[in-house]
Design a protein around this ligand. Structure first.
Ligand code: BG6
Length: 525
């Protein structure tokens, strides 16, 4: 193995291809080579997502020896490539976007390049889908990919129904093409509102059944998100207190420092509620609040996620302002540098009514959670990038310690998703010395030091699961639909009432004042 690749494997704790993983901290981390042969077709292979996320993830799997031995990667896009120029393009993009220790080189790259081919295509032309079928059949013959296909929709969402329709017309749907299995991976956003999500679902399910549909939410591929279930159900001490008797409130935050970057045109039609709350944050909410599943089977888990979402009462339109807050950033300062306000970003209207910050209060009508508020927030251009879930427990019933000036804070359990990955428990401790002063301290677990590894990127995990046929970390239609139902009243209210106070928070701040009126106890960003 070339030196550069070996160095890369060491720092990401991948199982080395010569099987020489020695660090005892890493025991149990090895991921086996995926056994089923497969082709993966990337629709939109000349786009941003492919070059920044998907291609580096697949190449990293190759370096770690995870890809099936019989594997084909087909790019399908409008750009004018042939197989060779597309391979060269992939190599350049890996040089640009793969981590420093996973750059393409030597035999490992050459071996990978052999699996790559390209179909130059118009998404509306059945003939190009016939070209795709010919390429897939050739891969089956030359690479031994056994009729197994993953169709990955990494195009802008309006094209999704068109692609699915043409797969069927070209007899690439699972019913006509039954030599192996066929799966479809659908990128977010799954619809832009409830009606369009239902229409997209109708288009996809005409061709693929639910067992073959993999709806991506990349938050579910983040290690600490997966660990929420392990924390709850592989331990005995948390579940007995995970309910209304002990929990005061839960807050879920997905805060970003970035603005809308080059995506103003998309974002100005989306906003924080649809871009983040309806999907990523709602998935975190469901994992924290769901009942224990009977097994770790994908549908057992997804049944519980849907069930808890279905127990969230929908806000009445006239109650929207009592259960939500919205914001839009104005100019401000991020890490010492001045940045423009949202309305001055490229492709954003000068009087845009789009929210770049959303906060929502949800409740759950069930035995476990009656009366416990869940606060969800997400926003761009905030003080810090941080995603976390904080479970705040009830205050002590009777004070014994500390003088009157000592605040005795409630316990808080924090699942840290990013940039730090870990779990922290805040509790009160006596300050050393003769007096009875009490202060908050943290027990802090960090994945990096705990396991001696960096977590693999979310896309790597999700692609591997799609290849293995494991749907656990993909969102099922019933939950997607329910999440849309929950946000719809808020979305409609916001869409139909202009917020004349926008912009209402400065870039680099803690968010709008209205969020603190909704919930004064947000953790500091
Ligand atoms: C995407 C949103 O789904 O998630 C982006 O469309 C957002 O607007 C991104 O920036 C955040 O992902 P992460 O992994 O950086 O928290």
């Amino acid at each position: 193995m070339p030196e550069a690749a070996t160095a890369g494997l060491a720092s990401t704790a991948a199982p080395s291809r010569d099987g020489a993983a020695v660090n005892p901290l890493r025991q149990g981390l090895e991921s086996d080579r995926i056994s089923d042969p497969c082709n993966i077709v990337f629709f939109g292979a000349s786009g941003d997502l492919f070059k920044r996320m998907l291609l580096p993830a697949v190449y990293s799997m190759h370096l770690k020896g995870m890809l099936p031995e019989k594997f084909g990667l087909i790019g399908f896009a409008r750009s004018d490539f042939d197989d060779d120029t597309f391979r060269a393009y992939c190599r350049t993009q890996l040089e640009n976007f793969a981590p420093p220790d996973q750059k393409p080189s030597g035999d490992l790259w050459n071996e990978f390049a052999k699996s790559i081919s390209y179909v130059c295509a118009d998404f509306k032309d059945t003939k190009h889908f016939e070209d795709l079928r010919a390429q897939l059949e050739e891969n089956d013959r030359t690479l031994g990919t056994a009729g197994n296909r993953i169709y990955y929709l990494a195009t802008p969402p309006p094209v999704f129904p068109e692609i699915v329709k043409h797969l069927k017309l070209a007899k690439l749907d699972p019913k006509s093409d039954d030599r192996g299995w066929s799966r479809i991976v659908v990128e977010k956003p799954f619809g832009t509102d409830l009606a369009s999500a239902r229409a997209l679902q109708a288009a996809v399910e005409r061709v693929f059944n639910e067992r073959s549909i993999y709806r991506i939410d990349h938050y579910l591929g983040k290690e600490p998100v997966q660990d929420i279930l392990a924390l709850r159900f592989a331990n005995t001490i948390f579940e007995p207190i995970w309910n209304r008797n002990y929990v005061h409130s839960v807050q879920i935050t997905a805060a970003e420092q970035l603005g809308v970057e080059q995506r103003g045109a998309y974002y100005d039609n989306a906003g924080a509620l649809r871009d983040m709350i309806q999907n990523h944050v709602m998935n975190l909410f469901a994992l924290v609040a769901m009942e224990p599943p009977a097994s770790s089977d994908a549908n057992a888990i997804r049944d519980e996620k849907f069930k808890v979402l279905s127990e969230v009462p929908l806000p009445a339109i006239d109650a929207v302002s009592r259960v939500s807050a919205r914001g839009q950033y104005g100019p401000g300062t991020i890490d010492g540098a001045a940045v423009p306000g949202y309305r001055n970003e490229a492709d954003v209207g000068l009087d845009s009514n789009t929210e770049t910050f959303a906060a929502v209060k949800l409740t759950i009508d069930n035995w476990r959670w009656a009366g416990v508020p869940f606060f969800l927030r997400s926003g761009k251009r905030l003080a810090r990038k941080v995603s976390e879930i904080a479970v705040t427990f009830k205050p002590i019933p009777h004070r014994l310690y500390g003088d009157e000036t000592d605040a005795i804070e409630p316990n808080v359990l924090v699942v840290k998703i990013q940039p730090d990955e870990g779990i922290a428990l805040r509790f009160e401790a006596k300050v050393p010395g003769p007096k009875q002063h009490i202060r908050s301290v943290y027990m802090d677990f960090n994945y990096g030091t705990g396991f001696g590894v960096q977590s693999p990127p979310a896309y790597e995990r999700l692609l591997a699961d799609a290849m293995r046929g494991d749907q656990t970390l993909f969102t099922r239609w019933d939950a997607v639909e329910r999440a849309w139902e929950i946000v719809t009243p808020i979305q409609e209210k916001w869409q139909n009432t202009k917020d004349f106070g926008f912009p209402n928070y400065a870039a680099g701040s803690q968010g709008p004042q209205s969020a603190f009126e909704l919930f004064p106890d947000w953790r500091k960003l």
